[in-house]
Design a binder for this molecule. Structure first.
Ligand code: PGA
Ligand code: ZN
Length: 423
């Protein structure tokens, strides 16, 4: 065995190009240790990316997949990364991730590609877990493990759907459910009632990239009215003692320099904060992610000052799961929670560091999928093991989305000792 006392010695490593849920190429990694055990990982990909994200390497050859091929990233796994890792022993995840970071040698993983590096890092996490005789989630600890509140994205707009809706994500969060399984049930039931309401109102019920409906509506408050009605139709209380609402406007996509355009109206940062306040007064919203653009740091401080006591304010595009950036944001009084995407920073170790920082500062952390996904349910284990209490993985529909929710159903069934909820 090469995984004796937690040590992992890869004996083979390879990658290939596969498709993600949007029909775009992504990276599949296979890492083998002695005894012929193979551990795999598949890499997700965003559409509304933060400018500071670790670099996803795309070939840029217009003759293949409109330039979106990932053969260079695949070659880096099959070449430089394999040469550096195979037959070398690693004491733990941090040791292996450090080797990847040093091999890349750039601050943003642009040489080998974050899509190459993160796939290897995730596959290695599975090898370390197996070597230690643990489930993956048990090796991804930050605080005490718990079952997270699923945040189901049931209405899609912005960069994820071709409708006129500027806000990107309208999520339902069954915060008050008595168990994880009941939360999944609530999400699916509300989703069904929402489909019926939209259809009755003459809206198309086609789906956006994350499995939510994409109705031809422009005004966020109109969507929220229908959403509240759907929650009530399904027989649930609205709010944190039942089913609450979370938003990800992804404001970098509809504004810059403190100027925003929502439903055709031109707004300042202040106007937009006023609008959020109005929405919080009218609707059972408990969390707002990327309420302002990634370049609007002073606006973020105002937003946090005005609404930070009332709702969770999550940084995504501005934080990009980067421990250094999150540390500075905490010092600057920006937001009170961070979105956590493994491929935004590029290694499992740096992801766990970002989550530890949040925990230490009293900031929330929400583990997240990307709009381009695969059936790989790594983030389900991360959400449980880290104990952060929150996961967003799209709608309670579409295979690549429910793969994560279903993985946690499995963990919940096998580990009845785990608590459910925000924590
Ligand atoms: P992305 O969107 O995966 O397209 O970046 C998700 C998000 O903004 O949270
Ligand atoms: Zn976001």
């Amino acid at each position: 065995m090469t995984t004796k006392s937690g040590i992992v010695t890869p004996t083979a490593l390879s990658a290939m190009e596969i498709l993600d849920s949007r029909g775009r190429p992504t990276v599949h990694v296979e890492l083998q240790v002695a005894g012929e055990t193979t551990f795999t990982a598949q890499v997700p990909s965003g559409a509304s990316t933060g400018s500071g994200e670790a670099v996803e390497l795309r070939d840029g050859d217009p003759a293949r997949f409109d330039g979106k091929g990932v053969l260079d990233a695949v070659d880096h796994v099959n070449g430089a990364i394999r040469d550096a890792l195979v037959d070398r022993s690693f004491a733990d995840q941090a040791d292996l991730d450090q080797a990847l970071i040093e091999l890349d040698g750039t601050p943003n993983k642009s040489r080998l590609g974050a899509n190459a590096i993160v796939g290897v890092s995730m596959a290695a996490a599975r090898a370390f877990a197996s070597g230690a005789g643990h489930s993956l989630w048990a090796t991804l600890a930050v605080g005490a493990a718990r079952l997270p509140v699923p945040h189901f994205n049931v209405v899609n707009g912005g960069a994820h759907a071709p409708n006129p809706l500027d806000f990107q994500e309208f999520m339902i969060a069954p915060v008050g459910s008595p168990s994880y399984a009941e939360a999944v049930r609530a999400g699916a039931e509300v989703y069904g009632r929402l489909r019926a309401r939209l259809a009755a109102a003459g809206h198309a019920t086609g789906l956006g990239d994350e499995g939510g409906f994409a109705p031809d509506l422009a005004r966020p408050d109109e969507v929220l009215e229908i959403l509240v009605a759907a929650i009530e139709d399904a027989g649930y209380r609205t709010g944190v003692d039942g089913v609450a609402i979370a938003l990800d406007p992804a404001a970098s996509e509809f504004g810059s320099g403190g100027r925003y355009t929502v439903a055709g109206q031109a707004w300042t940062t202040n106007d937009l904060i006023d609008y959020y306040e109005e929405l919080i007064d009218r609707f059972p919203i408990w969390s707002i992610e990327d309420g302002l653009g990634e370049d609007d740091a002073t606006g973020w401080q105002q937003l946090t000052g005005r609404l930070g006591e009332r709702v969770q304010l999550v940084g995504d595009d501005n934080f990009v799961t980067n421990p250094q950036i999150i540390e500075k944001a905490i010092a600057d009084g920006i937001a009170n929670a961070a979105l956590i995407k493994v491929n935004q920073i590029g290694t499992v170790t740096e992801t766990l560091t970002a989550m530890s920082l949040c925990r230490g500062a009293g900031y929330g952390a929400m583990v997240s999928h990307r709009s381009g996904e695969t059936p790989d349910a790594f983030i389900a284990d991360l959400a449980v093991g880290s104990g952060c209490g929150q996961l967003k993985s799209g709608a309670p529909a579409r295979g690549e989305r429910v793969a994560k929710y279903n993985r946690i159903l499995q963990i919940a069934a096998q580990h009845r000792e785990l608590d459910y909820g925000l924590g």
